[in-house]
Design a protein around this ligand. Sequence first.
Ligand code: NAD
Length: 357
Amino acid sequence: MKIAILPGDGIGPEIMEQAVRVLNCLDEPFEMETALVGGAGYEAHGHPLPDATLALAKAADAILFGAVGDWKYDKLERSLRPEQALLGLRKQLGLFANLRPAILYPELVGASSLKPEIVSGLDILIVRELTGDIYFGQPRGVRSAPDGQFKGQREGFDTMRYAEGEIRRIAHVGFQAAQKRSKRLTSVDKANVLETFQFWRDIVTEVHKEYQDVALDHMYVDNAAMQLVRAPKNFDVIVTGNMFGDILSDEAAMLTGSIGMLPSASLNERNQGMYEPSHGSAPDIAGKDIANPLATILSAAMMLRYSLNKPKQADRIETAVKKVLTQGFRTVDIHEAGTTRVGTREMGDAVVKALAA
Ligand code: NAD
């Protein structure tokens, strides 16, 4: 079982160190190899996704990714910015399915901006298509407007598109995830306005015929955004396109109060996956030993479950995380009066200790 470890920038190396410690406690024959990515890759090799890093990622069964980015790279041309490493890895490895759970741990109910009765017990999964849609559609660019009221002026444009096969494969991921949970799937689209998403709705409805045990409903994205804050527990699994999923998964993340707690998985057709926390590189707190490592540790648990076929070890890590929360350990982002404030490394220590118990 070969794991590529890509810590990245900002808090990436600090939180990754704790996840690797946790993996090392499991007594499994993992082969872990570390490589530079993002700003760190650019500094060392002139590119955010150096060839050696890409080769390692391709050869691995799974990739554990920290975070990339720093404001100091904002002036670089787009293709050299740290975030391009993520897009490159998704595209090169065909990571088309992004799974983002949003779980509210009972101990953290006070961290949510919603009332406890609306949000307590929240446990939803957003399945976001990751390699298509308006983010990758061609043509795109800035040109002279060919028609309309502003004809001849400069205009920016992008292309929204989804091929049938792209919709089918993400729909299958959504239905299969629903089968493993409460057998309810909500497909989110904008079929009332966009041709692409009327087509999306038609194809998802067709794929549903293969999953008659799952109840499917369709919802427009504007309504879904509203329902997520009005009655989030009405959802179980949501499947949606790249752009809508980008926005809704961040909204769902914030329902849980701390982005420092949320893992994510991006899978390809062979179940090879990249696992990473939902947050960014947090340059504002980098190097201070205060970042929350739990999202990265929980990402390692998802990796064990989805790519390395070690569900029991995944359960062990998740149970250990629940235990340290019950014990009252909190990093600064989730700290409340009456709990014990700990740093990044101390939180790692607590999880390691809970695993050993
Ligand atoms: P961010 O997620 O890095 O930080 C947002 C806020 O949350 C900050 O106040 C930060 O201190 C806090 N935070 C984030 N993770 C935390 C953790 N584990 N523990 C405690 N607090 C945490 O988002 P941003 O500030 O918008 O972006 C910073 C950089 O990260 C940018 O360069 C951006 O492009 C990049 N970014 C990378 C990824 C990725 O690598 N997947 C995702 C989003 C943003």
